[in-house]
Design a protein around this ligand. Structure first.
Ligand SMILES: [Zn+2]
Ligand SMILES: [Zn+2]
Length: 151
C-alpha cells in the first residue's frame, strides 16, 4: 500500500507535466502556423488565445477556421495568375474582329483579315506596313500589299 501512495502523485505529476508540454507545444505550433498564414496581429492573438484557453479543443477550432493558404502559397498563386494574365495580354489579337491570333498567322481565321505578308524575296513573314523586309533587306511595295491580291 505504501508504494501505491508514493507512486500515484509521481504519476499524476508526470501526466500533468506531459499535458502542459503538449499544451505549450500546440500553442507554439499554432502561433507559428498562423504567422505563416496571416499578417494580421489580431488574428495571431485570436488564434493563439483559442489554444491557450481551450487547449486541444481550441486547436481543433483553429484547424477548421484557419486560412487555407499560407502567405507563401498565396504569393505564389498571385505570381502565377499575373504571369497567366500577362501571357493573355501579350497574345496578339486581330485588329479587325479582336479574335485571338498567333504571332505567325498570315490571316485571321475568324474574319479572314490579312495580318501579315510574306516577303517575295525570302518568304519570311513581314508586317503589312513595312517598306523593307528586315530579313533580306528587299524593298516592298507597301501600297500594293495593303490593297490586296487584286492590285
Ligand atoms: Zn479577325
Ligand atoms: Zn525578305
Amino acid at each position: 500500500m505504501g508504494t501505491l501512495r508514493s507512486v500515484a502523485p509521481v504519476a499524476v505529476a508526470g501526466f500533468v507535466a506531459f499535458g502542459l508540454a503538449v499544451w505549450f507545444s500546440i500553442i507554439v505550433w499554432t502561433f507559428m502556423d498562423i504567422r505563416s498564414r496571416s499578417r494580421d496581429k489580431v488574428v495571431w492573438g485570436f488564434a493563439t488565445a483559442l489554444v491557450v484557453l481551450f487547449n486541444v479543443f481550441g486547436l481543433v477550432v483553429y484547424l477548421i477556421l484557419r486560412p487555407h493558404e499560407t502567405l507563401m502559397q498565396a504569393y505564389e498563386r498571385s505570381l502565377e495568375e499575373e504571369a497567366l494574365l500577362q501571357e493573355i495580354e501579350e497574345r496578339p489579337i486581330c485588329p479587325n474582329c479582336r479574335h485571338r491570333v498567333e504571332q505567325d498567322y498570315r490571316m485571321c481565321p475568324n474574319c479572314l483579315q490579312k495580318l501579315k505578308d510574306i516577303c517575295m524575296n525570302c518568304d519570311r513573314l513581314v508586317e503589312l506596313d513595312w517598306t523593307v523586309c528586315p530579313f533580306c533587306t528587299a524593298e516592298r511595295k507597301v501600297p500594293v500589299a495593303l490593297t490586296g491580291e487584286s492590285a
